[in-house]
Ligand binder design. Structure first.
Ligand code: R5P
Length: 319
């Protein structure tokens, strides 16, 4: 059963890189927005009987979600044998509990809906904090690519005497693994977040690390407030300008410029979200997981609703 990659808008370079590693085909799919804002999707490559991997990283997820849903359903309707999703950045993982009464636990709801849409999921370092596994919320087979080996290789090659710094307890899992693979010391700070852009990080005791280059490592950089706050503390403590390494470079608004202005010596990220800071290529590791994933479960949509919904010649749809 041959595999085909189906890029959603904005994901063609990623799909082509994955296809190169997998020696797989990239499908041609036409996307259009009707004047009323609704989405039109047309497959120009036959997917009947094939294993389909949708390629769609899920930063800024809300505008992407309807296209993703319609594309997945179309692939099933056109007879794809199975339809998985690779989303190198997996959205909605941070709202994983009800912090205040009445709040949505979005990570669970998002997982529930995505589990209905696709048959499998491959992602990179999802923000698992209060949950230990994607299986807690996803009802489909999932596989996780870990960025740590590639981040550690880069640090070993580029930074002579590194001290790895995790800005908060949540980053410990990534920082500790990267530090161990890079054979470097690490420290983890304490963070209190009071709002989207109101973050306080503990003053680190860094005297014993003079002579080291601090390398901040975090999974997600969104507003960059966490990194900016940490860079400021390290600079005031007399450390050299830090290097900032992110797995997922969201960089909302002017966050990137602000982090540079705060005194980061270099900003490096993995290519899970296209960004000028992408220096670490994970496509080889993602392709390996796509090839190796054990497909065992079908999505929750009953198979009889999947195929043969009919074609009406001569219509362009949308009423
Ligand atoms: C949260 O614990 C994450 O690991 C990151 O520290 C956080 O998402 C960074 O967000 P921001 O860039 O908005 O401070």
């Amino acid at each position: 059963m041959s595999t085909i990659l189906v890029p959603l808008p904005g994901n063609v370079p990623l799909a082509e890189a994955l296809a190169g590693h997998m020696r797989a085909e990239v499908a041609h799919v036409r996307f259009h927005h009707f004047p009323d804002g609704e989405t039109y999707v047309r497959f120009e490559t036959d997917v009947a009987g094939r294993t389909v991997w949708l390629v769609c990283t899920l930063d800024r997820p809300d505008p992407k979600f309807v296209s993703l849903m319609i594309t997945a359903e179309t692939a099933k309707d056109l007879g794809a044998a199975r339809v998985g999703l690779t989303a190198p950045y997996l959205a909605y993982m941070r709202q994983d509990t009800r912090f205040r009464p009445g709040e949505a636990v979005s990570s669970a709801y998002f997982a529930s809906v995505l589990s209905c849409i696709v048959d499998a999921l491959v992602t990179v370092d999802p923000h698992l904090h209060r949950r230990s596994s994607l299986d807690d919320i996803y009802r489909i087979p999932t596989a996780i690519v870990h960025a740590a080996p590639i981040v550690a290789d880069w640090i070993r090659r580029e930074i002579p005497i590194p001290l790895l710094v995790g800005p908060d307890a949540e980053s410990e899992q990534w920082v500790a693994e990267v530090a161990s693979l890079a054979n470097a010391p690490h420290i983890v700070l304490e963070k209190v977040r009071r709002g989207d852009r109101d973050v306080e990080v503990s003053v680190p005791d860094v005297e014993r690390w003079s002579g080291h280059t601090p390398v901040l490592v975090d999974d997600i950089v969104s507003t960059a407030c966490t990194m900016i706050e940490t860079v400021g503390h390290l600079r005031r403590a007399g450390m050299p300008s830090p290097i900032c390494v992110a797995v997922h470079a969201i960089f909302a608004g002017d966050a990137y410029a602000q982090l540079e202005a705060a005194g980061a010596r270099g900003i490096v990220s993995c290519n899970t979200i296209p960004h000028p800071s992408n220096a670490l290529d994970l496509t080889g590791s993602i392709a390996t997981e796509l090839r190796e994933l054990e497909w065992s479960a079908a999505s929750c949509c009953p198979p009889e609703t999947r195929h043969g919904r009919g074609t009406h010649q001569g219509s362009t749809g949308n009423g």
